[in-house]
Design a protein around this ligand. Structure first.
Ligand code: IVH
Length: 700
């Protein structure tokens, strides 16, 4: 095959080395020094050149190539790995007295030895260990239970602040430990995108970081903009300096203290936070703690305390370990900040599925770096459990995260005889009597047809990116279209005309303009609506907004039933038999499609030309009997889409290459192992273009 024609390999080897060095340098400047030395365009061009060469010469592709930063490997499950050195935890305390005890105990135990402490931030993220051999990252493992963790190497490679290859001088074999954190700005942008896409936002940056490291698709992890903060270098008893050996002696001396190790790590290319201080006594430790208790809100990421370590590594053995943690270190944890503030009123928000969320409106109060005046009261059960009365003062807490939480009632301030909060019985938006389904913690408004926030919410969900992706219709414009009586349900979008749209304007109660549509805006809207007619069935199904039918569920339902008629006539049992669809969701789907209003809506959307069958993607059987293995990243399809495409054309998709495989469909950054195996078994490896030619050629 062309792919493997053995032209002289040396020029390719040389160019790959050049490109790798150049791209590594640009990455380093970008992630460590916030400096862009090339345009995005030039960077992408170089990366593509490297990626093309690696595809042509898979044997020359390094697992730590800069091309791995963008991800592409898929982890079906994460291999369990036993840590070479157990990942201990730290003794921790909320009490400053215990820190004083720790310090005097340590001083006594160390007797006459000269020593100091390092104080540093305790990052609130996910602990991981990175193994480096001969300057190359070879493995990244989560802490897990301290003994066994998950191998998340391909996801870790996508984190820009994790060096794939070390600089200068480094030990030939060691482990770098640290915390993966989600910086606040990236986390907020990510959550906002999730909400716009109709996905549940993450509760805090730590959960989001943890979820991101466990993503199956490393390309998805690459988009998350996580950060690695190195806090510990674990050295085995025997090691040699490698790399730039001329500084080997200097480095060896440096590695005798914890602060020296972190400084050495910085020179090797790790992002080591600058907030570390060498302290000689308890007063300096206390001052560091006090400073960061106030200042932590100004950091760009979450911390939950301060870690104090004995700085001199040779003294660690003298102090030894307890069952779970070293005696030479301790963590001081910050208390969540709590305030008590009067509850002024409770308001009720109505979501797109009619779910009511009560919200506490409170006397504005300064808490953890921001003014807090609103916080969720979750649902009716929460209010009941907290036993909130009118005029109560609420205890509001903020941990290392951003979102304040109501954690209780300040009983000392309860006014005698104050009545309990009476939960509303009718929808605050449309007046319908609220319903509480059996076993549900909250109420919902059943008036889905006439309740304005439900109607606009459904429209917002319908146009969202992962649904119909009509991006020129934002919330304000949708609300305007609804208020002007032009759109009441999602099918109405397909009847909109240019004349109706041009010149529309809406104002808020202060007379300020909220939304408007001019000529160009109208054209964009109509073009986006037109484009949405091509959206595949599974996304149309998701766009309908059936309760609990998310993106994945919709995909599974579409693949299983193939068309809307089969889906609409399915029994609850059959619906529940689909992977990822539970009993409760099956019930909602069944009820949805047995409602005549929804039957009429589907009919109108069909008339508008939307896809309601997977067969709409020009299904045929040109690939009948052919088995494919799909690997790598594709430019026109996601991996799931290309698999579906193969199946829609009669082919089969298998996960591993064997003698029965007819073709390996190779995208960018396909694993070299797979290529080797295909070659060994003589299975043809085809590109995305070859594949499309194959399908369209046969179709003629
Ligand atoms: S040192 C043997 N330093 O806190 C010492 N840990 O129970 C190993 N953590 O989950 C830990 N920031 O991931 C150390 N600057 C820091 C840290 C830190 C956060 C985490 C660590 C572990 C927990 C300790």
């Amino acid at each position: 095959m062309d792919l493997f024609s053995s032209v002289d390999i040396e020029p390719a080897r040389k160019r790959i080395a050049e490109l790798t060095q150049l791209l590594d340098h640009y990455n380093y400047e970008y992630y460590m020094n916030d400096r862009s030395e090339v345009s995005d365009f030039e960077f992408d061009r170089l990366l593509r050149e490297l990626s093309d060469l690696e595809r042509q010469y898979p044997d020359l592709a390094s697992p730590n190539s800069p091309t791995r930063r963008v991800g592409g490997e898929v982890n079906k499950s994460f291999r369990q790995v036993t840590h070479r050195f157990p990942m201990l935890s730290l003794g921790n305390t909320y009490s400053i007295e215990e820190i004083v005890d720790f310090e005097s105990r340590t001083r006594k135990l160390l007797g006459n030895s000269a020593f100091s402490y390092t104080c540093e931030l305790k990052y609130d993220g996910v602990a991981i260990g990175l193994t480096y051999r001969h300057g190359q990252l070879v493995q990244a493992v989560t802490r897990g239970n301290g003994t066994v963790g998950d191998d998340i190497t391909s996801n870790a490679r996508t984190i820009g602040t994790i060096p794939l290859r070390l600089r200068g001088c480094y030990p030939d074999d060691f482990e770098a430990r640290g915390e993966v954190v989600y910086p606040f700005d990236a986390f907020e942008a990510f959550n906002r995108q999730r909400e716009a896409d109709g996905d549940e936002p993450f509760a805090n940056p730590r959960n989001a970081a943890s979820g991101s490291l466990k993503l199956q698709d490393s390309a998805e992890c690459a988009k998350r903009k996580l950060m690695f903060c190195m806090y510990f270098m674990m050295l085995p008893n025997h090691w040699e300096p490698e790399g730039d050996r001329s500084v080997g002696d200097i480095m060896t001396a440096q590695l005798s203290s914890h602060s020296g190790r972190l400084e050495a790590a910085r020179q090797m290319g790790f992002k080591v936070q600058p907030y570390i201080k060498e302290c000689k006594d308890i007063d300096e430790i206390k001052a560091f703690i006090d400073y960061w208790d106030n200042e932590r809100w100004n950091l760009p990421f979450a911390i939950d305390g301060i870690v104090i370590k004995v700085n001199q590594v040779e003294l660690w053995d003298t102090l030894g370990l307890t069952a779970k943690s070293p005696r030479w270190a301790i963590a001081f944890k910050f208390k969540a900040q709590q305030v008590s503030t009067p509850l002024l009123s409770v308001s009720y928000q109505v979501g797109r599925t009619g779910i009511i969320t009560p919200v506490a409106n409170m006397q504005p109060v300064w808490l953890g770096g921001t003014t807090v005046k609103r916080a969720t009261l979750v649902n009716a059960d929460f209010i009941e459990k907290m036993d909130i009365h009118e005029g109560d003062s609420l205890l509001v807490e903020k941990g290392g995260e951003i979102i304040p939480k109501v954690v209780g009632v300040d009983m000392q301030k309860r006014q005698p005889g104050a009545p309990r909060i009476q939960y509303i019985t009718h929808c605050p938006e449309c007046g319908a009597r609220l319903v509480r389904a059996e076993g549900e913690a909250g109420f919902y408004c059943p008036n889905s047809d006439d309740c304005p926030p439900q109607i606009v919410g459904r429209l917002e969900h319908f146009v969202s990116r992962k649904a119909m992706n009509i991006d020129s219709l934002g919330s304000e414009r949708l609300e305007m279209l609804y208020q002007k009586g032009l759109v009441r349900d999602v099918a109405d979008l397909y009847d909109l005309t240019r004349e109706q749209l041009v010149g529309l304007e809406s104002y808020d109660s202060d007379g300020l303009r909220r939304a408007s549509i001019q000529d160009k805006g109208a054209d964009n809207i109509l073009m986006a609506i037109e484009g949405s007619r091509k959206v595949p069935f599974e996304r149309v199904l998701f766009a309908l907004g059936i309760r609990y039918v998310g993106e994945v569920g919709a995909k599974k339902l579409a693949r299983y039933f193939k068309n809307i008629d089969a889906l609409m006539s399915a029994s609850v049992e059959e619906l529940a038999s689909v992977e990822d669809v539970g009993e409760k969701t099956a019930g909602f789907i069944y009820d949805y499609f047995h409602d005549p209003r929804h039957q009429r809506l589907v009919e109108r959307l069909q008339q508008a030309g939307l896809h309601f069958t997977v067969a709409d993607l020009h299904i045929n059987n040109v690939l009948d009997g052919k088995t494919f293995v799909v690997s790598g990243v594709f430019s026109r399809f996601s991996r799931d889409e290309i698999k579906a495409h193969i199946e829609q054309h009669g082919g089969k998709v298998s996960s591993s290459i064997s003698g029965k495989t007819d073709y390996v469909l190779a995208g960018e950054k396909m694993g070299p192992e797979k290529l080797k195996k295909a070659e060994k078994l003589g299975v043809p490896v085809i590109s995305e273009d070859d594949y499309l030619r194959m399908v369209s050629h046969e179709e003629v």
